[in-house]
Design a protein around this ligand. Structure first.
Ligand code: ADP
Ligand code: ADP
Length: 208
């Protein structure tokens, strides 16, 4: 078994699609963004260092990220592979990852920049279960979150000024990874500018 990478700009729908893919493959989700937010909440030194970068929409240094990933991949549930969400984001991260696990699929969700701002600025999630919703495109069901306790959470970095920096970082530092993984024969792209179910079907089709 190997690992999967969910790839795409901020707000492309990686977290939204992760749930289906986890169900289909049984691989645990490893989101470096979630790990960094947990480190900030815990007040750890990694969290303190990362926060300044995240608040302005810049990438956290590779050595910090790789330290987190190395620790995570030693955990029991990671031994048959994982599904990475938001990692790797730079060529040095991908190079280091190649020594840690085999990547079988890089699934890219393509969404044009002009859609990203509206997606990110309307994002809301459930603080209890982590489900991702949107004020307009994917509302919390009127019966509430399926987990039973909806706790509304919005990310501090989900605002218009930070989004522009995050998009800039994506185009400068992360998008070159598409060609890097194409050369290695594992890159697949889907059109993410469609409804959530249509995107899910394409992604699951690529895995089967
Ligand atoms: P990422 O993990 O790539 O940053 P998310 O999965 O958090 O992205 O999605 C960003 C926002 O866009 C969320 O509010 C989500 O509900 C919404 N969203 C995700 N996929 C779609 C889609 N196909 N169409 C419209 N909105 C979407
Ligand atoms: P999104 O995909 O919605 O932009 P994430 O939760 O993946 O959000 O990331 C939030 C922030 O955490 C990023 O803007 C960046 O500062 C930091 N981050 C997350 N993953 C990485 C990574 N692999 N490398 C560098 N920085 C990261």
């Amino acid at each position: 078994m190997g690992s999967i990478v969910l790839f795409g700009p901020p707000g492309a729908g990686k977290g939204t699609q992760a749930a289906n893919i986890m169900r289909e493959t049984g691989l645990p989700q490893v989101s470096t963004g979630d790990m960094l937010r947990a480190a900030i909440k815990a007040g750890s030194s990694i969290g303190l260092e990362a926060k300044a970068y995240m608040d302005r929409g810049a990438l956290v240094p590779d050595d910090v990220i790789l330290g987190l990933i190395q620790g995570r991949l030693l955990e029991d549930d990671a031994k048959n592979g994982v599904m990475f969400d938001g990692f790797p984001r730079t060529i040095p991260q991908a190079e280091a990852l190649a020594d840690l696990t085999t990547i079988t699929h890089v699934l890219a969700i393509e969404v044009p920049d002009e859609r990203i701002v509206e997606r990110i600025c309307g994002r809301v999630s459930c603080g209890a279960c982590g489900a991702v919703y949107h004020d307009v495109f994917n509302n919390v069901p009127s019966s509430g979150c399926p987990c039973g306790t909806f706790i509304e959470k919005r990310r501090a970095d989900d605002n218009e000024s930070t989004v522009q920096n995050r998009l800039h970082a994506y185009h400068e530092q992360t998008s070159p990874l598409a060609a890097w993984y194409q050369e290695r024969g594992v890159f697949h792209a889907v059109n993410g500018d469609r409804d959530i179910n249509a995107v899910s079907q394409d992604l699951l089709g690529l895995l089967n």
